[in-house]
Design a protein around this ligand. Structure first.
Ligand SMILES: Cc1cc2nc3c(=O)[nH]c(=O)nc-3n(C[C@H](O)[C@H](O)[C@H](O)COP(=O)(O)OP(=O)(O)OC[C@H]3O[C@@H](n4cnc5c(N)ncnc54)[C@H](O)[C@@H]3O)c2cc1C
Length: 362
């Protein structure tokens, strides 16, 4: 069974690796592997966010992926480190509105069996001494983060180690059981997985509507650096109704994210986003201005028409979708890969993935 995967972001690479582990022959096509949304992403892996409160099916999908993460990473780390940490996520409140949001989050997590510990301002100060004074917090000890750059680099290593072929080429169109590349050469397939993020629907040759439009949702994000690391645990801060996340890596990197804008395929980085993120970060960490400024980057989150992932067969025989993961692609990579490969191998996909069939939008 010759499988072609179009797109080598976290979704395409996780799918390719899983397919190779199940004995399929895999070719991955991407002009610039792991360079788009997955490269920019913070890699937060919180159990819940506010998007899940009224989305029980998405919550089930997230919890399924969360359960798969440790074994997914353990298998991958036989090839290279993936930068996974599950040492807790702190949600800190800086005002009454933040406290109310945390009370709701705590009730929701407890209702779903996700461990939480309520923290006093003193507890928050002990856990995160670099923070400005909080009015309270919530600690979720079983959550964490992954470094998406390490993760995708490990996936690329693993794909090649298991005999997968990665061609640095763009796919222009699908033509029967072959993809046509930008130089008009053809790569035949038995089964095709389209995982090209917000570019997926731009691949030509499929009937109208087979691949829903996936819109780009821009996010800008900062990377700062200190030695030793300024923060010990991954954190989200609620300040005046807006949320900021802070993801420390063991090497001293501190990721500060992120903005959210719908402005087409615009990947420019702006002074405004940098200023806004730094201003908000300084309210949470007064000493942030002294850190080394390492990078500002912009990425395009792939948003499907209903903002939910598209996982599984399309109406076109032998063509599958793994796209539209919006703000959660890193989080949802293990369950997406498992579901798509179950379809490719004609076995039962995880039940949690069933509602995300692309056919719901056909
Ligand atoms: C600022 C920011 C922060 C984020 N933080 C988080 C987070 O904390 N946690 C989380 O879970 N998610 C987060 N996300 C979302 C996450 O990054 C995405 O959901 C995820 O990366 C999508 O992965 P993907 O593989 O579908 O797309 P991408 O990573 O965009 O990969 C698509 C790939 O397709 C390739 N491609 C495009 N056209 C073609 C073609 N014609 N032929 C071949 N290849 C092609 C591209 O080169 C690219 O490599 C964040 C996103 C942003 C922008």
């Amino acid at each position: 069974m010759n499988t072609v995967v179009v797109g080598a972001g976290v979704i395409g690479l996780a799918t390719a690796w899983e397919a190779l582990r199940r004995g399929l022959t895999v070719t991955v096509l991407d002009p610039a592997p792991a360079s788009k949304a997955s490269h920019v992403s913070a890699g937060m892996l919180p159990a819940v966010n506010e998007q899940l409160y009224d989305q029980p099916e998405l919550l089930r999908l997230c919890l399924d992926s969360r359960a798969r993460y440790p074994s997914f990473v353990a298998a991958l780390e036989e090839f290279a480190p993936a930068g996974f940490r599950r040492d807790g996520v702190l949600d800190a409140a800086f005002d009454e509105e933040g406290l109310r949001a945390l009370a709701r989050q705590r009730a929701f997590q407890e209702a779903h069996g996700i461990r939480t510990e309520r923290l006093s301002p003193e507890d928050c100060a002990k856990l995160q001494p670099a923070f400005a004074p909080t009015v309270g917090g919530l600690f979720s000890p079983d959550e964490g983060a992954v470094d998406p750059r390490a993760l995708t680099s490990a996936l690329l290593t693993a794909v090649e180690a298991l005999g997968g072929t990665v061609l640095h080429r763009a796919v222009a169109r699908v033509d029967d059981h072959a993809v046509v590349l930008d130089d008009t050469s053809r790569v035949p397939f038995d089964r095709l997985v389209l995982a090209a993020g917000c570019w997926t629907h731009r691949i030509a040759g499929l009937p109208a509507g087979a691949v829903p439009e996936i819109r780009p949702v821009k996010g800008e994000i900062l990377r700062l650096h200190s030695d030793p690391p300024l923060l010990d645990v991954t954190a989200r801060a609620l300040v005046r109704g807006s949320s900021l996340y802070l993801v420390p890596r063991l090497d001293g990197e501190l990721v500060v994210g992120a903005t959210y804008q719908e402005r087409g395929y615009d990947e420019t980085v702006t002074a405004d986003a940098t200023r806004s993120l730094l201003t908000r970060a300084a309210e949470v960490i007064p000493g942030v201005g002294a850190l080394r400024f390492a990078e500002v980057s912009a990425g395009l989150r792939p948003g499907s028409p209903d903002d939910l992932p598209l996982i599984g067969p399309t109406a076109v025989p032998d063509v599958y979708l793994a796209a539209g993961h919006f703000r959660m692609g890193v989080q949802l990579a293990p369950v997406t890969a498992a579901a798509v490969v179950a379809h490719l191998t004609d076995t039962a996909p995880p039940e949690a993935a069933a509602p995300f069939t692309p056919r719901r939008l056909a």
